[in-house]
Design a protein around this ligand. Structure first.
Ligand code: ATP
Length: 294
């Protein structure tokens, strides 16, 4: 499949009487890594299960290269959805799970999987249910990386992995997408570590799309002003201050919006430090439930 495009148009999902996803419109393209962010219960996993055709939207449409993937076997095989699996009854070894996966995923690269087992330091020949939680997560990560599916979805796949394993996974995400460009969707709560991986950020909030933007555009939504308390307070008094942090006599205000030239000059002449926002900061502030600070 060349240049895959995944489109979600005005998709909603009701579960019983609850409107879990509402009017979701998103577009994703081959070669990009998408960071899917959202608070607990925002609807990330549910959205991913729609993309993977585990469920059908109540309203709206999902298409892969213009076709509906639901109950379309060849299109469904193009999507690999990796999520936390209960491996307590899984007696097969991780390598056997990979061989099994290869049976229905033609592009599965067994040699690459072997190299990844080596890299993660996972025993390939031990029953999967006897691996630790972090090692089981690494097995899911390996299957996703080696399957080469045009649409690869990792739903909180680093759960339980230690820091070196997570770092190894991040390196391999970049490497795998360079070897074989695909649409990669990563949902995560470890936002701070993964910022550099994402080409685009999607924020889901209360079942709706709050943001879909290239990461650099998203990060330019605001800035941070740091300096002596009074000067910062004066400078930001008519701005949209998302959050405020004080450390002794120093104040840091996180502001939404752009500065005009006069404001930039004022910041310079007052020796205020202006810095970009971090993805995690922006995400936390945009999705918190309390009112903005005064
Ligand atoms: N089978 C179900 N029946 C009823 N409600 C459900 C069902 N599955 C999900 N929900 C509801 O849909 C909402 C979204 O859940 P979802 O698991 O997609 O959130 P999430 O963003 O992945 O959360 P987390 O970060 O905690 O994993 C929640 O309010 C949840 O209670």
């Amino acid at each position: 499949m060349e240049n895959s495009v995944l489109e979600i148009k005005n998709a909603s999902l009701d579960i019983k009487k609850d409107n879990v996803l509402e009017d979701i419109t998103l577009r994703m393209e081959q070669g990009k890594v998408y960071g899917l962010l959202g608070r607990n219960g925002a609807g990330k996993t549910t959205l991913l299960s729609l993309i993977a055709s585990f469920r059908k939207p109540t309203r709206g449409a999902i298409t892969i290269d213009g076709q509906d993937p639901f109950e379309n076997e060849s299109l469904m095989a193009q999507v690999d959805f990796l999520y936390e699996v209960d491996y307590s009854e899984e007696h097969r070894t991780p390598m056997n799970l990979c061989r099994l996966t290869k049976r229905y995923k033609d592009n599965f690269d067994l040699n690459y999987a072997e190299a990844l087992f080596e890299g993660f330091g996972i025993p390939r020949d031990k029953p999967t249910n006897r691996l630790s939680k972090g090692q089981q997560s690494a097995v899911n990560a390996i299957i996703g990386l080696a399957s080469n599916a045009p649409i690869t979805i990792f739903d909180e796949v680093t759960n339980g992995m230690d820091a070196p394993s997570r770092e190894f996974f991040y390196e391999k995400v970049v490497e795998a997408n360079a070897r074989n460009p695909r649409i990669m969707i990563l949902s995560t709560h470890i936002v701070s570590e993964m910022e550099y991986l994402f080409d685009e950020v999607i924020v889901i909030h209360h079942g709706k799309v709050m943001v879909q933007e290239p990461i650099d555009v998203f990060l330019e939504r605001g800035f941070k002003v740091t300096g002596p308390k009074e000067k910062v307070t004066h400078f930001t008094q008519s701005m949209d201050v998302l959050a405020r942090q004080d450390l002794g006599p120093t104040r840091s205000d996180m502001v939404l919006g752009h500065m005009d030239e006069a404001q930039q000059a004022e910041a310079r002449s007052n020796h205020l430090n202006i810095s970009p926002l971090k993805l995690q900061e922006l995400f936390i502030r945009m999705t918190e439930e309390k009112e903005n600070v005064q």
